[in-house]
Structure formats: structure tokens, C-alpha cells
Design a protein around this ligand. Structure first.
Ligand SMILES: NC(=O)c1ccc[n+]([C@@H]2O[C@H](COP(=O)([O-])OP(=O)(O)OC[C@H]3O[C@@H](n4cnc5c(N)ncnc54)[C@H](OP(=O)(O)O)[C@@H]3O)[C@@H](O)[C@H]2O)c1
Length: 332
């Protein structure tokens, strides 16, 4: 496993991290979840990503239990706040109240005194940005959170937050967590240039497009048994990519992976890691053998010719529109 700085911060993270959205506390049983976490640790992954909202807060509990007994200083644990964690009108968003309450719940469920990175899971249009950033800064001073970041914020929102932090002397954002893969490149036009200039690293989600870039979903065929596309929650997210033209082009990537001696999942992860602004690629897994497959992308450097071949195959199924980075227009 190779390691990178999280943006311009002093924190080192494994360039491949493990995330437990859809899986822990939901799609997979606890023993499979624990096996995936232990496979990740065995393969050198030290960075783990979760969120208060995953599986209605159960994902944090499962991860907390799976990491028990592991030396805390050897791990980087990331979680998030914003999406609803209860039915109350204050159980959501980025108000000072919800941030302070949600971190305490996350720390209890994760069985830790602090998280390494606390991320605003989306932008909250109903809370003044100063209120959110001051609450984040207070958590840093209290030692409950070591670094702060955001997820799926636009370049303009990140820029405003940095300006306020500089004016008010608040801790600066060190990271952004966007969706990024060969198929979804919407951060490249605006977010990456800003973050490179300002020292934020990208911790990218769904680098394998939720499994689509493994090539296991075949055009015109039923989806494979036990895959995310068959999961009651997961299918709602992955179905957007169950398009025959897209799946056909993904099949055409197979010779490119084979020429390099890589699996399709490894090619997909190596593709995002080629971007120097990416600090870590968060992979998901429902089985430990998937983790072992995906981590082998660490250290692989794709050359320009391979990048060109991939672009030629994918053509116009690639999404690049920066306007696709959006947070809800009102609190969920
Ligand atoms: N900030 C955000 O808003 C946000 C949103 C989404 C995700 N995330 C983070 O990003 C993490 C990763 O997202 P993701 O799970 O969508 O990432 P992903 O790595 O693109 O997809 C993971 C899924 O693909 C399948 N898969 C993975 N490796 C495979 C392999 N080698 N062979 C065959 N199938 C394989 C597995 O599903 P099956 O086995 O079930 O098919 C696995 O659960 C999440 O856990 C979370 O931490 C953040």
C-alpha cells in the first residue's frame, strides 16, 4: 500500500481506503463486514470512511466493533454529518446543534474519542456557513475531530468556506469527498483546480462506479445474483448506470485491463489515483476477496497511451458537467 498526504495537511492516508456505505449494517451480515475490514487491514489499508446516516447509524456501529483491538494511532477514521439521523427537525443539516449532537453519537458508535476527519456530507442551504465552520472549529479545539472537510460541495461553496475560515481564523478545510471515476469526471473542470491551489485533497467515492466498472453487469442480461443491483437500497443508486450503451462500452475496456495484467476493478481504481489531487480512493466491498483485488491498484501508474485508449472507448458516456455537483435545495 502506498500513502499520500490528505491535501496539504500533515495527515497521511492510505491511497486506497475502505468505505462501508450500503454494505455494513444493511446489505451484508456482520461477519462479512468484519471479514472485509480485516482484509483491508491485512492489505495495508489504514483509512476507513463511514457516515452517521449509513444504514440508519448502524454502519458506524459495525465499523466500530470491527476495528476494536486495533491500535487507534494506526488508523484514520473518517465520518460525516448532514443527512437525517432521526425524525426530529434538528436531526439533520449543518446547524451547530446537529453537528454537536451528531459527533457525540458518531464517537459513541465508533467507540473512539476522536475522528481523524469530519466531513460536511452536503452543503446546508439553511445554515449560515459561519455557524457550521465555527462549530467544526470548536470540535477541532475540543479534540473530537482532528481535521475538517466537505463532500460534494461546489467550487464556489468551498471557496466561500476558505475565505470565511481565513477571515475568522477557523481551521481550514483539508479535503473534499466527491464522486469520481472514469465515467463521472465532473470535478475536473472547477473543483480540482481550486483544490490544488488551496491545498485540499480529494477523497473520491465510487471509483469503481459501484461495481459497474468491474464489467460484471452485462448489457441486455439479468444483473448478477448477490450484487449491489439486487440489494433493495443499493439498486436505487446503481440503477442509474444500468444503461446498455454504457455497459457495452465498459465491456470494451476489458482488453485494456488485460494488456496491463490488471483486473477491471484495479484499472478503475488506478485511473482515479493517476490524478495527483486525489489523496485516496474509497472502495467499497461486500466480500473480502473484492478488497484484496482492489488494493492491488495501489502503486499502479497508468501511462498516457492507456488513458487515451480508455477515453476512446468510453467516448460520450463520460459525464463532465460541473453543474452535476449539487446539494439539496432544501434540507432533506
Ligand atoms: N460522500 C458521499 O456522498 C458518498 C457517496 C457514496 C459513497 N461514499 C463513500 O465511498 C465508499 C465507496 O463507495 P462505493 O461502495 O459505491 O464504491 P465502489 O468501490 O465503486 O463500489 C463498491 C461495490 O462494488 C462491488 N465491487 C467492488 N469491488 C469489486 C470487485 N473487485 N469485483 C466485483 N465487484 C466489486 C461491490 O458490490 P457488490 O458485491 O454488492 O456488487 C462493492 O460493494 C462508500 O463506502 C462511502 O464510504 C460517499
Amino acid at each position: 500500500m502506498e500513502f499520500r498526504h490528505l491535501g496539504r495537511s500533515g495527515l497521511m492516508v492510505s491511497e486506497i481506503s475502505y468505505g462501508n456505505w450500503i454494505t455494513h449494517g444493511s446489505q451484508v451480515e456482520e461477519d462479512a463486514a468484519r471479514a472485509c475490514v480485516h482484509a483491508a487491514l491485512d492489505e495495508g489499508i489504514t483509512t476507513f470512511d463511514t457516515a452517521d446516516v449509513y444504514a440508519g447509524t448502524r454502519a458506524e456501529e459495525v465499523l466500530g466493533r470491527a476495528l476494536q483491538g486495533v491500535r487507534r494511532e494506526s488508523l484514520e477514521i473518517f465520518t460525516k454529518v448532514y443527512w437525517p439521523t432521526g425524525s426530529g427537525r434538528n436531526d439533520r443539516g449543518l446547524s451547530r446543534k446537529h453537528i454537536m449532537e451528531s459527533i457525540n453519537g458518531s464517537l459513541r458508535r465508533l467507540q473512539t474519542d476522536y475522528v481523524d476527519l469530519y466531513q460536511a456530507h452536503r452543503f446546508d442551504v439553511e445554515t449560515p456557513l459561519e455557524e457550521t465552520l465555527r462549530a467544526f472549529d470548536d470540535l477541532v479545539r475540543q479534540g473530537k475531530v482532528l481535521y475538517v472537510g466537505v463532500s460534494e460541495w461546489t467550487a464556489a461553496q468551498i471557496e466561500r468556506a476558505l475565505k470565511i475560515a481565513d477571515e475568522m481564523g477557523f481551521d481550514r478545510l483539508v479535503s473534499n469527498q466527491p464522486q469520481y471515476s472514469m465515467l463521472w469526471r465532473v470535478i475536473e473542470a472547477e473543483i480540482v483546480p481550486l483544490c490544488e491551489k488551496e491545498g485540499l485533497g480529494q477523497i473520491v467515492w465510487s471509483p469503481i462506479a459501484q461495481g459497474v466498472l468491474t464489467g460484471k453487469y452485462l448489457p441486455g442480461q439479468p444483473v448478477p445474483a448477490g450484487s449491489r443491483a439486487t440489494d433493495p437500497t443499493g439498486s436505487g443508486f446503481i440503477n442509474r448506470m444500468m444503461d446498455d450503451e454504457l455497459l457495452r462500452r465498459v465491456q470494451e475496456l476489458k482488453p485494456i485491463a488485460a494488456d496491463l495484467g490488471l483486473t477491471m476493478a484495479q484499472l478503475a481504481v488506478a485511473w482515479v489515483l493517476r490524478n495527483p489531487n486525489v489523496s485516496s480512493a474509497i472502495v467499497g466491498a461486500s466480500r473480502p476477496e473484492q478488497v484484496r483485488d482492489n488494493v492491488k491498484a495501489s502503486g499502479v501508474r497508468l501511462d498516457d497511451e492507456t488513458m487515451r485508449r480508455i477515453d476512446d472507448v468510453l467516448g460520450d458516456v463520460v459525464e463532465r458537467d460541473p453543474a452535476k455537483t449539487v446539494s439539496p435545495g432544501k434540507r432533506p
